[in-house]
Design a protein around this ligand. Structure first.
Ligand code: ARG
Length: 468
């Protein structure tokens, strides 16, 4: 990056009588971060130039020179042979200046009938579209890992919680499928966001369109957009798609943070439900025994910055008058950081989830404590003809008695249980077991292992469709 302030002539310098203040130049430049858009910027320019040739604004020869020149610049940038200059402000003017330097005056014709305002709006849409595709692929990889784990753990019993108190036994596979569902909604929101952003602002120029006979449908088509945008003012000012993406991302990160929290709890000595391989953990510099679940903790923490970016973008757009304002240059850093953060967190998760191993005996032992089959006993009494509220009362008393005896419900004898209801007979022990409890919840969306397997099959079919 060079900072050759006063030297390079500004592409907009015609009406200015003094050089830009050196600090202002750095302060207003975006090239340090928007150079990330070089690929989309070049593709956008190539499509624009091609359209100008179709419209008769550029000759075939001029188009060929521009097109080849831009391609060579792309290669230079990718090879690290491009000198970005702060005095050329942003990615757009850096590339345009390099083009003119390379091919001569023809390069100056590229900007005919467009503005950086429609150019940048196009670039960000193209960029975000590519990133959404990359992120969606990572969501899918994570979901695949969850399904494979769920398959292995369909029969594993763990305590299900409400209020973080033992509630009812569930299959660990079922719990993993709950995470799968959160991500399923995130995926569909990403696709939805992609659909809405996939329109082409190119041709809106600065704000009002252009006097050249441009074909906006052609540039839209060349760039893989579904259509041109409808209104030139809206085209250059709209950043809804960035806000929408950050909002979808904030929710996705919120889901990851919830999973993180459970992983952190479960790796603790107090729960001890799972093992996270060492490669996803770090130690303590002072306490030799420590193995900390850093990856889940860090992902949980990174949720904060993504939420922050959403608020930053909403606030950036709030009260902005039409059409383009320089404020909008501030859309990029929050957006880029959201993309990077979400992708990295998903990547860490997609690598980590298949590596988790369930400590099945510990989960089973935990599920056997805390009266997790109390509801099953109440349901049993209802089947014997007792109204649910009375059954609830009977079971409550049985639980209080068991607490006194320091045992769990299935450990009470038949005689002890019968003190509370004469409707209880020997078959009660079938429902008081964890397996009995699980198997009894045998309906669509329930935790019975057979239902979990059916849900996995449906989920796999959905992922299959996605790939098709
Ligand atoms: N760097 C600018 C941005 O990111 C590009 C558009 C500048 N347009 C302008 N009229 N100054 O928004």
């Amino acid at each position: 990056m060079t900072d050759d302030s006063d030297k390079a002539a500004k592409p907009w310098g015609g009406r200015f009588s003094e050089a830009t203040d050196a600090f202002v130049e750095r302060f207003t430049a975006s090239v340090t971060f928007d150079q990330r858009l070089y690929h989309q910027d070049i593709s956008g320019s190539q499509s624009h130039a091609r359209m100008l040739r179709e419209a008769g604004v550029l000759s075939t020869e001029e188009f060929e020179q521009i097109n080849t020149g831009l391609e060579a610049i792309r290669k230079d940038i990718e090879a690290g042979n491009f000198n970005w200059s702060v005095s050329l402000e942003d990615v757009h003017m850096n590339i345009e200046a390099a083009l003119t330097e390379r091919i001569g005056d023809v390069g100056k014709k590229l900007h005919t009938g467009r503005s950086r305002n429609d150019q940048v709006a196009t670039d960000i849409r193209l960029y975000l579209r590519d990133e959404i595709d990359r992120i969606c692929a990572e969501v899918t990889r994570l979901q695949q890992g969850l399904l494979d784990q769920a398959d292995q753990e369909a029969d594993t019993v763990m305590p299900g919680f409400t209020h973080l108190q033992t509630a009812q036994p569930v299959s660990f596979g079922h719990h993993l499928l709950a995470w799968f569902e959160m991500l399923q909604r995130d995926y569909s929101r990403l696709i939805d966001c992609r659909k809405r952003l996939n329109v082409s602002p190119l041709g809106a120029a600065a704000l009002a369109g252009t006097t050249y006979p441009i074909d906006r449908h052609l540039t839209a088509e060349l760039l893989g957009f579904d259509a041109p945008t409808e209104n030139s003012l809206d085209s250059v000012s709209d950043r809804d798609f960035a806000i929408e993406f950050c909002s979808v991302s904030a929710l996705l990160m919120t889901h990851l943070s919830r999973i993180c929290e459970e992983l952190v709890l479960w790796t603790s000595a107090q729960f001890d439900f799972i093992d996270l391989p060492d490669r996803f953990c770090t130690g303590s510099s002072i306490m030799p025994q420590k193995k900390n679940p850093d990856v889940p903790e860090l992902v949980r923490g990174k949720t904060g910055r993504v939420n922050g970016h959403l608020i930053a973008l909403l606030t950036l757009m709030k009260s902005q008058p039409l059409a383009y304002n320089k404020d909008n240059q501030e859309d990029k850093e929050p957006l880029f950081d959201t993309v990077d953060t979400v992708f990295d967190c998903l990547r860490a998760f997609a690598d980590m989830i298949p590596a988790i191993s369930a400590k099945r005996d510990n989960m089973q032992a935990a599920a056997s404590k805390g009266f997790s089959t109390a509801t099953d006993l109440a349901d049993y009494l209802v089947r014997k003809g007792i109204p649910f509220r009375d059954a609830h009362e009977i079971v409550g008393k049985s639980v209080a008695f068991a607490i006194e005896q320091n045992v769990d419900l299935p450990e009470l004898s038949l005689e002890q249980l019968q003190q509370f209801s004469t409707s209880i007979s020997a078959d009660v022990f079938d429902v008081l077991t964890l397996e009995g409890s699980l198997n009894a919840r045998d309906h669509y969306g329930g935790t019975a292992p057979a239902q979990v397997r059916a849900a996995i099959a449906r989920a796999r079919a959905q992922l299959q469709q996605r790939q098709a």
